[in-house]
Write a protein that binds this ligand. Structure first.
Ligand code: ADP
Length: 237
């Protein structure tokens, strides 16, 4: 079922707990799953089921304590902080808080991460403009984040995450602040780009309208993860 050769994320018996001593609570109880290059994978599950915890483990933002988690070929269990920094540089993050720089324009925000891998300033501007056009924001290039709606800010965050052409994109509820049509447009855009570049998108969502745009769906519940079939998903409550 899972093509491990093309896998960008492979987790084996991954466990995670919070707290110490009597307060220690296990959240993830041994997850086995994979995410493949060139696919949009959704991670769904009830609130509190551990989706964000898992996303931060995959994003090398939190240490892996038990089990194995390989991301972009790097084992994160037992990895050093400098290994994790290297992995983070290869990942595009789209989190709910946007984290746009308030003092920079939309165009400057999208160019920010390009400075590391695109030395030519003209090429940087062109690339950023193309991405902003793709997310429907060509008319907002010189606006500042606080002049935009929540949905527009989210689209800037998406363009910025895509700009350095990361091999893996991690998105936490990226459509939460978008209306239905914009949400679907954004996921279609992510899907188009990831299939063309053979990168992978892992998207945490509650938005059941996105199920049809996914290549694969994993559902996490009671600390375990299982594949979820879209036809079953479509009829599930
Ligand atoms: P989801 O993203 O599916 O809503 P989370 O990963 O945010 O789930 O949380 C899973 C569980 O872990 C919840 O019960 C939450 O209260 C708990 N939790 C999350 N972060 C922490 C933390 N830093 N310390 C202790 N418990 C936490």
């Amino acid at each position: 079922m899972t093509n491990v050769d093309g896998a960008v994320i492979v987790s084996k018996n991954l466990r995670h707990s919070y707290g110490v001593g009597e307060l220690r609570t296990q959240i993830l109880h041994g997850l086995d799953f994979a995410v493949n290059a060139g696919e949009v994978t959704l991670l769904v599950g009830p609130s509190g089921s551990g989706k964000s915890t898992l996303l931060t483990l995959i994003g090398a933002l939190r240490s892996v304590e038990e089990g194995s988690l390989k991301v972009l070929g790097q084992e994160l269990s037992g990895s050093s902080e400098s290994d994790r920094v290297q992995i983070r540089r290869r990942i595009g993050f789209i989190f709910q808080s946007h984290n746009l720089v308030a003092s920079l324009t939309v165009l400057q925000n999208v160019q920010l991460l390009l400075q590391l891998n695109e030395p030519d300033p003209k090429a940087r501007v062109e690339k950023a403009c193309n991405l902003l056009e793709a997310v429907g924001l060509s008319h907002r290039l010189y606006h500042y984040p606080d002049e935009l709606s929540g949905g527009q800010r989210q689209r800037v965050a998406i363009a910025r995450a895509l700009a350095p052409e990361p091999e893996l994109i991690l998105a936490d509820e990226p459509t939460a602040s978008l209306d239905s049509q914009s949400g679907q447009d954004v996921v279609e855009l992510l899907g188009d780009l990831c299939r063309r570049r053979r990168s992978a998108v892992l998207l945490v969502t509650h938005d059941l309208r996105l199920l049809k745009d996914a290549d694969r769906i994993w559902r996490i519940e009671d600390g375990r993860v299982n594949p979820w079939q879209p036809d079953i998903a479509a009829t599930a409550p």
